[in-house]
Design a protein around this ligand. Sequence first.
Ligand SMILES: Nc1ncnc2c1ncn2[C@@H]1O[C@H](COP(=O)(O)OP(=O)(O)O)[C@@H](O)[C@H]1O
Ligand SMILES: [Mg+2]
Length: 333
Amino acid sequence: MAPENSIEVEKLVREFPKGPRAVDEIDLRVEPGEIYGFLGPNGAGKSTTVLVLTTLLPPTSGTARVGGFDVVAEGPKVRGVIGAALQEVALDPLLTGRDHMRLQTMLHGLAKAQRRRRADELLERVGLTQAADRKVGGYSGGMKRRLDLALALVHGPSILFLDEPTTGLDPQSRSAMWDEVSRLARHEGVTVFLTTQYLEEADVLADRVGIIHHGRIVAEGSPSALKDEIGRPSVHVIPCDPDDRQRVGALLDRFGEPLAGEDDVAVRLREGVGLTDVVRALDGDGIAVEDIELRAPTLDDVFLAKTGRTLEGAAEEAVVELEPEPTAEATAG
Ligand SMILES: Nc1ncnc2c1ncn2[C@@H]1O[C@H](COP(=O)(O)OP(=O)(O)O)[C@@H](O)[C@H]1O
Ligand SMILES: [Mg+2]
């Protein structure tokens, strides 16, 4: 079979000896040239999945084919067609950006004559030309991520894995990264498997999204299809008097299912009722409101509908679960 730049995963499981089932029977398929967003809170199983798909960690069971090659039986072939920028990649603070590129081009066996040109071209593309001869120790977070990306592209991979490429970046660096990732997929036909904790990132960037929680894929589809599935908008109310929250909650109950709000009281509207119905009812009961808002469904609503938690809430829960620290098994290399 001719290798194509797709990813096919069936019933994939990865257990850690003393840890949880980090990846719990996931099925997924990423089409050639597609940007697939793997969205989930901390501890959901995103990095473990990426490590298995990039052949750095063997699966416990199930199968995964990347570029048409089996990750277990054909590891070297998989590694030949993929590029990866992983979360824990170690850049050497004492080397410059250009030094890193030189090492990477050597590692991938580029001919000497090509190395310099390829390095320059990629440094230019990720906007690091000016900083190329500075030590990486002085780079910002955004610059390091961009260098990671350039390093992952050295051998012209047809499938790219990016593990949380924008976590911790400022909005400007984040959108620069989005532009570059889109360009790779749209103009060069690179298949991108990208993990993220950010709803907006999945929404803006991904053609399709898989939402992962506790090692399971709880929802999959295009961002718009997922949101349409949730369908109905929600209404969020902040009463002027915080003591009114309970009354507002009871009133909203009449219009749909209550939502766990943080500082507001919220309801997912039932079919056939609208914002005006809620406003009228609040007026009728003489409840003064500081703010009332109608919100279209977001991917967080999808996450909430499937898991009963918000993404943020789930992340906090995961942090608690992480204590005490699980015994670390070597994950890379
Ligand atoms: N090497 C390891 N040994 C034991 N448990 C691990 C190891 N790596 C990850 N885990 C656990 O597997 C789960 C998924 O982790 P991970 O894939 O890193 O999640 P994410 O990347 O979504 O934050 C977590 O509960 C984590 O603690
Ligand atoms: Mg991770």
